[in-house]
Design a binder for this molecule. Structure first.
Ligand code: SAH
Length: 408
């Protein structure tokens, strides 16, 4: 193992559990610059080893930290142990069998930086973020097939992504991602039927975004279903507008609860999958509206026509792929949120989500303040983060990219 001498600040951050060491935290290398994906020993300025990680000489995140302590090591055994631990955590969450699509490995949050693994019934889809992790993957994942087969997985697909695996930043590369799927083991699979809290839906593994679906919104989809049911129970309206509806996750829960749903997405293909799921769950798609259009233009038109909805949901793709893009992203969220509130019926609920890791929770709430909305009669009723199967590290706020606010 080559040594990397880390600045005091970098060491402090790693010791608190932050899994990234930026270029600027690296004081120097003890030997000539190392290869992409080499396992390096982390050493303090005083020469004391304090951890290990994977080196990426070409990335601003120079090292992903995998272990702390003077004897920290990284090999297939360490990787397998972490995967087993992650699977054990999921077993507690999903053993009732009512949810069969969930995240098995959440990268940094499961202490396997760069490795994301989602389960869709008996299929798992792996996504590896970063060239260094990719280079080392064949060594680290030696026992993965056995561990996954023992957990009931019969096919492992690997989805290639040139960019980060975080939901926040992967949406833009969807088109180019479509075909880069490899079978790691088992028979090839294209579509899977899964359950989410007992509700069946269809996941298109080949054409779908991310690893196939946005699993991070599962609990929020359930909450929206409950909200619609409670509104109806209270004798209130339940016309629902689901913006950026993708394969209709929020729509289906709202429809099952008795809502009349307008789903809007720019991708017509997503509506086709949504309608398959509606049918599978016993909901007639013809009783609901599906619109393929740009959300911004369409909202302006809906406002002109005076249309309103009792519940408006907004779950757009990441507006901020980088820190630099943040000011523009904040303006876009403010404009979008105002347009949403303009079609919200009096007494309605507004559900607003953001998956931009560069936009923090408080910053996101600023895009929902009175000035942004042009309203001073709404209140923040609930505010949620990522679900239990997307664990994060306390010291790693970047992992908590998902935010969802409910205003009324
Ligand atoms: N809410 C979904 C996930 C949304 S992902 C779920 O729970 O599964 C974001 C979606 O926004 C994608 O389906 C993408 O096609 C769509 N999209 C991107 N830009 C858009 C635009 N300008 N107008 C409408 N939809 C857009």
């Amino acid at each position: 193992m080559a040594d990397v001498i880390v600045s005091r600040q970098g060491m402090d951050s790693a010791r608190h559990g932050h899994p990234w060491l930026y270029r600027a935290s690296i004081d120097h290398f003890s030997s000539s610059p190392e290869r992409l994906g080499s396992i390096v020993r982390l050493v303090s300025e005083q020469g004391e080893p304090f951890g290990c990680g994977i080196l990426d000489p070409n990335s601003p995140i120079a090292v992903r930290v995998w272990g702390l302590g003077p004897d920290a090591r990284l090999d297939a055994d360490v990787f397998r142990t972490r995967v087993e631990r992650a699977l054990a955590v999921r077993k507690v969450l999903f053993s009732d069998g009512r949810t069969t699509a969930y995240r098995l490995l959440n990268g940094e949050g499961d202490r396997v930086p760069g490795f994301v693994l989602d389960r869709y019934d008996d299929v798992a889809v792996l996504k590896i973020d970063g060239d260094a992790a990719k280079a080392l993957a064949p060594t680290l994942t030696r026992d993965l097939e056995k561990v996954l087969r023992d957990a009931g997985i019969t096919t492992l697909l690997e989805r290639e992504s040139g960019r980060t695996a975080a939901r926040s930043d992967s949406d833009a590369s969807t088109k180019s991602e479509a075909k880069r799927i490899h079978v790691r083991f088992g028979p090839e699979r294209e579509k899977v039927q899964v359950l989410e809290h007992g509700v069946p839906w269809v996941v298109d593994l080949i054409r779908g975004q991310k690893t196939g679906a946005f699993l991070d919104q599962r609990e929020n989809r359930r909450r929206v279903g409950e909200l619609v049911a409670r509104r109806l129970h209270a004798g209130l309206g339940a016309r629902v507008l689901n913006l950026f509806s993708y394969t209709g996750g929020f729509s289906l829960r709202a429809a099952l609860a008795g809502g009349k749903v307008t789903s809007l997405d720019i991708a017509a293909q997503a509506h086709a999958t949504a309608q398959e799921s509606f049918k599978l769950a016993g909901v007639a798609p013809k009783d609901h509206e599906f619109v393929a259009a740009d959300a911004f233009a369409w909202l302006a038109d809906a406002k002109r026509k005076g249309r309103t909805w009792d519940v408006v949901i907004s779950d757009p793709p990441s507006f901020a792929p980088s820190e630099k893009a943040k000011p523009k992203a904040i303006s876009a969220y403010r404009a979008l949120h105002r347009a949403c509130v303009e079609v919200l019926a009096p007494g309605g609920h507004f559900v607003a989500a953001s998956c931009s890791s560069h936009v923090g929770a408080e910053e996101f709430l600023h895009t929902l303040d009175d000035a942004a909305l042009g309203h001073n009669d709404l209140r923040l009723c609930s505010f949620y983060g990522p679900p239990d199967d997307h664990p994060t590290l306390p010291s790693f706020p970047e992992g908590r990219y998902l935010k969802l606010a409910i205003l009324a």
